[in-house]
Design a protein around this ligand. Structure first.
Ligand code: SF4
Length: 316
């Protein structure tokens, strides 16, 4: 990923450290640091991938989970200091799942004074009617949701659709594709939708899940539980998420390193002939100091969590 660039998107707007600041309770100081970190990482993502431009109307998709609340909150903070003018509209698709507390999000949006739209569409009944009992429901449900959100984006004049996926969602998707899909594929920070008409952005792509969880807790966002549909489809994802959480505890930096790796792809060292012309690789007779040292073991820094003196080396 790019180094932090000096820009209002990533600038530290907090006042210089003062005795008064140092005297604040620890919890407040920690929250202040977390807020700065969230703003910096979201700003960095916006800058790195040119996610938000002058005049954009950003539709923030709100599920009522900790990530979407954090996304909206941080975008509102950045809006005040961004080098471009953009507007925000929070959108919730009420899929009519049983027990969905439909007043929670509108009450929250009104309390913070943000533009919002609630789209009422009973996709829950459609999915229950169409998908045979015992079959997985997520694929139809998410297709319906996507189509509705694209239509709503058109109707609201939104130029960008912001989703609350964070760093750990992106790394988990990469691992799920590796484990079950046989392909190297994650989740893009910015993409053009399959109908070619919309730009979808993921401004939390550098943010670890634990930071959205902490921020949601500190801000006391009115979280809506995410298991109302009763789907069991997410079991593989849940297992990978659990594995990532374990790694993050045992080997700090590992998940971050995986995310960085997604931004440093060495296509000559994978096996995809569409990305590198292996067939026509020939000796050139010209030495290249940056070329490959095919017989050397690559050395890696000592992995946190390994006993002192042990190193990970590439085998073969
Ligand atoms: S978990 Fe439930 S709401 Fe989410 S995509 Fe699957 S069926 Fe739809």
């Amino acid at each position: 990923m790019n180094a932090v660039t000096e820009s209002p998107w990533t600038a530290d707007e907090s006042p210089a450290a003062s005795p008064a600041a140092a005297a604040r309770p620890k919890i407040e100081r920690e929250a202040h640091k977390l807020e700065k970190r969230l703003c910096r990482e979201v700003g960095r993502a916006i800058l790195d991938f040119n996610m938000i431009e002058e005049g954009d109307r950003v539709m923030v998709c709100m599920s009522g989970g900790k990530d979407s609340y954090t996304l909206l909150d941080i975008l509102r903070k950045l809006q005040k200091r961004a080098p471009v003018n953009f507007s925000l509209i929070a959108v919730n698709l009420d899929q009519k799942q049983p027990g969905f507390p439909e007043h929670v999000l509108p009450d929250y949006f009104k309390s913070i004074g943000v533009d919002f739209h609630i789209e009422n569409q009973d996709t829950y009944s459609v999915v229950k009617r169409v998908v045979p009992e015992g079959k997985t429901t997520c694929s139809l449900c998410s297709r319906l949701r996507r189509a509705i959100l694209y239509r709503v984006a058109d109707e609201l004049g939104a130029t960008k659709i912001a989703l609350g996926h964070h760093r750990d969602d992106i790394v988990a998707t990469l691992l799920l594709n590796l484990f079950y899909g046989g392909r190297m594929k994650g989740m893009p920070p910015k993409l053009v939708s399959d109908d070619g008409k919309h730009v979808v952005i993921r401004p939390l792509c550098y943010v670890p899940e634990k930071d959205t969880a902490r921020w949601a807790q500190y801000q006391e966002f009115p979280i809506i539980p995410c298991n109302l549909c009763g789907s069991q489809d997410g079991l593989q994802r849940a297992a990978v998420n659990e594995m990532l959480r374990e790694w993050d505890k045992k080997y700090p930096g590992r998940v971050e390193s995986m995310l960085r790796a997604m931004g440093h792809v060495v296509t000559t060292h994978l096996l995809d002939p569409k990305l590198h012309d292996f067939k026509n690789a020939r000796a050139t007779g010209v030495a290249d100091p940056a070329g490959d040292m095919a017989f050397d073991h690559e050395e890696f820094p000592v992995a946190p969590g390994l006993p002192a003196g042990m190193q990970v080396v590439q085998l073969g």
